[in-house]
Write a protein that binds this ligand. Structure first.
Ligand code: URA
Length: 256
């Protein structure tokens, strides 16, 4: 049975070269397939084709192991793997992993909480794809007290200052607090939570992602630390949701 994929995808899935770097090396004539110069998009069957870079054969792994990593992101780190402005980035916190990891979605520089990183492009896509977007839960602290009047616009879908329309969101104040809230989104626009509360006339002063899908940020995972997810964790992320009311209760017990 034929099992071919484009050379850029094969080399990046195998953790050998990024797609862009593969294209560069192909242009420079440094990659061959079965002894002939490779073309961009060259179809490759890892079981049959012999691919070499600068004359050196690549041995493909038939069954690739992917890494799924959860980082407790601290404030002050940008969510990129290299930052041209030289700012601290989450890459510094996962530098020990043997493969190149990519963040699944983003958290703002000033946000904290659960950030997933993986070398599995398909999973990253599944988590953030518009359809079936995994639920994300944010614990926020507002600059001014929560107002019950926020609920209706949030549930109907907020219109942001630039006219962008948000999907309906579930939100509730954390009981026994006046400025904390929990909000659950099924999408991820740029600075979305901050812009939603700006549209409501408030300001988010702290934001932490506390859960994604059915996966909770473990309370024992220190800021800046990461842990490797099991297959079961990945299934929880993709297939389950976190119970909103119990999460709210947990936040209440932490704040009291
Ligand atoms: N929404 C925001 O505004 N910031 C984040 O970091 C995540 C969601």
């Amino acid at each position: 049975m034929e099992n071919k994929a484009r050379i850029q995808k094969v080399l990046s899935d195998q953790g050998i070269l990024s797609r862009r770097r593969t294209e560069e090396l192909i242009k420079e004539g440094r990659i061959t397939v079965n002894g002939r110069p490779a073309q961009p998009g060259h179809p490759i069957d890892i079981r049959r084709d012999i691919v070499a870079i600068d004359g050196e054969r690549i041995w493909f792994q038939k069954k690739k192991k992917n890494y799924y990593v959860m980082l407790h992101k601290p404030r002050g780190y940008v969510t990129t793997m290299s930052d041209e402005k030289g700012r601290r980035s989450v890459a510094d916190l996962v530098a020990d992993f043997p493969v190149r990891l990519y963040p699944v979605g983003r958290l703002d520089k000033d946000s904290t909480g659960m950030l997933l990183l993986t070398d599995d492009g398909q999973l990253a896509h599944q988590v953030i794809a518009a359809r079936g977007h995994v639920a994300k839960y944010y614990h926020i602290v507002l600059a001014r007290p929560w107002e019950d009047g926020y609920l209706q616009p949030l549930e109907q879908g907020i219109t942001l200052a630039d006219g962008a329309q948000c999907l309906p969101a579930k939100a509730a104040p954390v009981p026994d607090t006046d400025r904390e809230a929990l909000i659950c989104l099924h999408e991820g626009k740029y600075h979305q939570v901050r812009r939603m509360f700006a549209a409501l006339g408030n300001h988010v002063s702290e934001l932490a992602r506390v859960a994604m899908g059915g996966l909770l940020l473990p309370p024992e995972l220190p800021l800046g630390a990461c842990c490797v997810l099991s297959e079961k964790d990945v299934q929880k992320l993709l297939k389950c949701e976190t119970d909103f009311a119990s999460l709210l209760q947990t936040l209440q017990s932490h704040s009291s």
